[in-house]
Write a protein that binds this ligand. Structure first.
Ligand SMILES: Cc1cc2nc3c(=O)[nH]c(=O)nc-3n(C[C@H](O)[C@H](O)[C@H](O)COP(=O)(O)OP(=O)(O)OC[C@H]3O[C@@H](n4cnc5c(N)ncnc54)[C@H](O)[C@@H]3O)c2cc1C
Ligand SMILES: NC(=O)c1ccc[n+]([C@@H]2O[C@H](COP(=O)([O-])OP(=O)(O)OC[C@H]3O[C@@H](n4cnc5c(N)ncnc54)[C@H](O)[C@@H]3O)[C@@H](O)[C@H]2O)c1
Ligand code: SF4
Ligand code: FES
Length: 813
């Protein structure tokens, strides 16, 4: 039998071990393997340290290869041994504890060191990095005694550390050198959205701050800045980037720049010595994420196994912040460059943002906030460098839900080679997932997670795992229940039923009692629960402001530049000279940069800073037009028979009556009404949620229309004779929609989903309509005007004061 070659690996981390796993599959008998690892643990999933700190995982759960695994593969592991000398001539390594190992092949997988700012006082107790199990334990321990933490660095690591420390009950301030967070992954728009969300979660931020010293006797007590300001902190976590761990390689005479220089086969400048992972520099890049490191591992394993392979050609990277309740995705070159085209889509109401960067006909970068479900599809297009010509609109406005398994995106998963990695964090390929489905009978994402670890870290690959389940588990996967968001497997109906049955009264209670996977919920489920609770318990439930989306919290529409817009209510679109004068005077007094008519016949004052909102509302002394909320927006009217020679009914009067009837209505999504005085339909009532069209001797009532991205014409619900009947049917329809639609579901989608017939049936009897009308009236009677309330309550006005570091509005007031 051929004698085994001696392979020594320095570093027992994620990149090196992943490479060995491949190698052992390809050539199990080829090497006698020895590993030196400076940490006292077997190989663990460093990524999951964020979850451990945040309380979402246990230390034991993050072990990737336990000690049995090393034994089974006859690998000698020297845990807690740091290699501090390499004799390249004699081909041996020596550890700090005097253990020697001779090699034929040497692999450097030494990872990175966290960069520690060389501040006076940085050696004090309570000043740490966030890189290892030990750092994690130190933070957990500190949180038992101390209250105030400062995290220096507002990048991925800093924010994940800050979230974990918040979960541990500490007060956390993130000190960032840049004017906005995650500038290496996000543009300013997405970054501000992220900041707002994290502030809601309780994080504090100090921007453009340069740390100067850490003060305190023995233990950190205060962080001092170059501008003279100070921050109390008994724990200081440095998360200001990493540096490849190259000292040992340098001393061994290997070529080193930022990292250990390697070629496409991970060979260093010295024959027989390889490097991979964060310590390696390939074509000028030292990566800091696992997906590229796994790709390097696959190439090196083949090389060492003697299997023919193409070289490693570099990676396009994507990141996803692992903070519960926040969906942020960034991939590729997300900044505009010369010759690139940028497409942006922002939905203020949903709190979502999408930016695509296109070079020629290829997608080269993307940033997503609020909804990252298209991330995998966009990332795949980027990696493949496919032309996206003609698909720009579809990609910007959203990959259709079923596209991952069929249609455009569809083909992609089916055509994907089996060895392509689906879950970058855990290095799980399509083939492994297929195997889990076919051989282990997995039929749900959580089963796949348990079997393969796919989707268990950042969660970014979940849509692809779901897509693969749909393709390969067929019928069985159809029965897999999907929750309203990743925090829960429960759907809307189950949640509503449980809230009713158990009389749950707060968002927190629902999250706790119904066993959410996250402690705080997320941007998807929190507003939904807030709505369902308010809908179910109109008398008892106290609306949770913090569970509402930004626009609803500030009762104004946030604009692209961070300013807000103010739309006062103008019933039926009918105003008067004196009202117009008042609006004009306020606009002049406050130097409002722009006054504009909206598509719904209202006046919009644009470019207003948050802190000036209450003053403007006070000066206007008009009700809120609710142009920002999931509520009744406007009732558009034509002039009807009051002025128009074709008009058969009083469209204006009907519109004003309906707007007064339903203003301030809390609904699953925005609701728009319109009234036309004759079938010529000048108010475009047939693309509204509830449209009223006058006919001879009565009114046609239309439902489920939408004039937005997905245009839908209404369905005819019924024909009635009187104005009272219009109000009765509108009340019944709207309340039935409130009680049965999913959160965030427009009537157009809801009508299509449940079918017009079922709605007709539910509203058929006069008794049912009366009951629904009574219920909606009861809800409406409890509402008050939010602007007036804020104007009159000093405590509420305080919410409009600018937050520390907040840069609102470059234009306007
Ligand atoms: C909290 C946290 C969260 C993260 N989240 C993500 C994420 O969501 N997605 C993502 O893609 N990436 C994430 N990362 C980055 C990811 O963990 C790293 O890219 C990855 O672990 C690097 O693997 P590596 O094997 O190159 O280095 P490491 O995992 O650092 O392994 C190197 C090992 O070598 C040992 N070593 C070094 N020198 C010697 C020596 N001389 N002798 C013996 N042993 C030595 C070190 O002690 C270490 O154990 C995260 C990192 C952290 C810290
Ligand atoms: N979800 C994820 O993918 C994830 C999570 C954690 C860590 N990581 C990886 O771990 C590595 C380390 O993360 P990181 O966030 O430390 O690195 P980073 O380099 O991405 O970010 C460091 C941040 O610190 C800021 N900074 C630099 N000097 C500063 C100073 N003196 N004061 C205040 N702020 C300062 C920078 O502006 C930057 O935004 C990275 O490679 C990262 O990709 C990834
Ligand atoms: S819808 Fe009929 S009544 Fe109204 S403005 Fe048009 S033509 Fe006149
Ligand atoms: S890609 Fe992060 S869990 Fe799969």
């Amino acid at each position: 039998m051929k004698e085994r070659q001696r392979l020594v690996m320095v570093g027992n981390g994620m990149a090196g071990l992943r490479m060995l796993e491949h190698l052992l599959k390809l050539a199990p008998e080829r090497y006698e393997i020895t590993i030196f690892g400076a940490e006292p643990h077997p190989n663990y999933n460093r990524i999951m340290l964020s979850s451990v700190l945040a309380g979402g995982a246990d230390m034991n759960e993050i072990i990737l290869n336990d000690l049995n695994w090393y034994e089974e593969h006859q690998i000698t592991l020297h845990r807690g041994h740091t290699v501090n000398r390499i004799d390249t001539a004699g081909k041996k390594v020596v550890s700090d504890q005097g253990v020697e190992a001779a090699y034929d092949v040497l692999v450097f997988a030494t990872g990175s060191n966290p960069f520690m700012l060389p501040l006076p006082g940085a050696d004090k107790e309570g000043v740490i990095a966030f890189r290892s199990i030990q750092d994690c334990e130190t933070m957990i321990e500190a949180s038992k005694t101390y209250r105030k933490a400062a995290v220096i660095g507002g990048g991925l690591l800093g924010l994940e550390a800050a979230r974990g420390l918040l979960n541990l009950g500490m007060e956390v301030s993130v000190v960032h050198i840049h004017p906005y967070l995650m500038e290496r992954q996000l543009d300013e728009t997405a970054s501000r959205m992220l900041q707002r969300e994290l502030e809601q979660q309780g994080m504090k931020f100090l921007f453009s701050k340069h740390s100067e010293a850490i003060l305190g006797r023995g233990r950190a007590k205060t962080l001092a800045f170059t501008d003279g300001e100070r921050l109390d902190a008994d724990l200081v976590v440095m998360a200001v980037g990493i540096r490849p761990n190259v000292e040992l390689a340098k001393h061994a005479g290997l070529q080193v720049n930022r990292g250990i220089v390697v070629n496409d086969y991970m060979e260093t400048s010295v024959p027989g010595i390889y490097a991979l992972g964060e310590c390696a520099e390939h074509r000028g890049i030292a990566y800091g994420l696992v997906a590229p490191l796994y790709e390097q591992g696959a190439v090196l394993a083949k090389r060492l196994a003697g299997v023919n392979t193409e070289g490693y050609a570099g990676s396009v990277t994507s990141t996803k912040l692992k903070v519960s309740g926040v969906d942020v995705f960034s991939a590729g070159s997300f900044k505009e460059q010369d010759g690139s085209r940028v497409l942006r889509y922002q939905d203020e109401l949903e709190g979502t943002y999408k930016k695509l960067v296109i070079q020629g006909d290829r997608l080269v970068g993307a940033v997503l906030f609020g909804d990252t479900s298209d991330g995998a599809e966009l990332f795949s297009l980027m990696k493949k460098g496919e032309s996206i010509q003609g698909r720009e609109k579809e990609l910007l406005l959203g990959v259709p839900a079923d596209a991952l398994s069929k249609g455009t995106g569809g083909g992609r998963l089916e055509a994907m080679p089996e060895d392509e990695i689906v879950c970058g964090c855990n290095g799980v390929s399509k083939g492994t997932i297929m195997q889990a489905i076919h051989e282990k009978g997995c039929t749900s994402v959580s089963q796949i997670k348990a079997c393969t670890k796919a989707s268990g870290s950042c969660g970014g690959c979940k849509p692809e795992v779901e897509g693969l389940l749909q393709i390969y588990a067929g019928e069985a996967a159809v029965s897999v229940k999907e929750g309203i968001c990743s925090c829960t497997p429960m759907n809307r109906d189950e949640i509503v039923a449980e809230i009713k049955r158990m009389r749950l009264m707060t968002v927190k209670e629902v999250i706790h009692v119904l066993g959410w996977e996250t402690e705080e919920g997320c941007t998807k489920c929190r507003p939904a629960l807030n709505y369902y609770l308010g809908m179910l318990w109109p008398d008892e439930y106290v609306d949770e402001k913090e569970s509402r989306i930004t626009n609803e919290r500030y009762h104004a529409n946030i604009q692209k530049d961070g300013t807000y817009s103010v739309v006062p209510r103008i019933y039926g679109g009918v105003t008067s000279p004196s009202e117009l004068k008042k609006i004009a005077e306020v606009a002049e007094q406050f130097e409002v940069p722009m006054v504009k008519f909206t598509g719904g016949q209202r006046l919009d004052l644009l470019g207003i800073k948050k802190e000036n909102l209450p003053k403007i509302w006070e000066a206007l002394d008009m009700p809120s037009g609710h142009a920002y909320g999931k509520t009744l927006r406007t009732v558009k009217t034509c002039v009807g028979n009051t002025f128009c020679r074709f008009g058969t009914q009083d469209a204006i009067g009907m519109g004003i009556r309906l707007e007064r009837e339903f203003e301030r209505l809390n609904a699953p999504a925005k609701v728009k009404l319109a009234v036309s005085g004759c079938p010529r339909n000048c108010a475009e009532a047939t693309i509204k949620d509830f449209g009223i069209v006058a006919i001879d001797g009565g009114w046609e009532l239309h439902v489920g229309g939408n004039g937005g991205v997905h245009v839908r014409a209404t369905d005819l619900l019924c024909v009635v004779k009187t104005e009272d009947e219009v109000v009765e049917w509108a009340s019944a329809f709207l309340q039935y929609y409130r009680e049965n639609a999913n959160w965030n579901e427009r009537t157009s989608t809801w009508v299509e989903r449940v079918g017009l017939d079922s709605i007709k049936q539910a509203l058929e009897s006069g008794e049912a309509r009366a009951a629904l009308q009574a219920r909606i009236r009861a809800v409406l009677d409890k509402t008050t005007d939010p602007w007036k309330q804020i104007v009159n309550e000093p405590e509420l006005r305080k919410n409009f004061e600018p937050l520390a570091g907040e840069e609102v509005g470059r234009t306007g007031l």
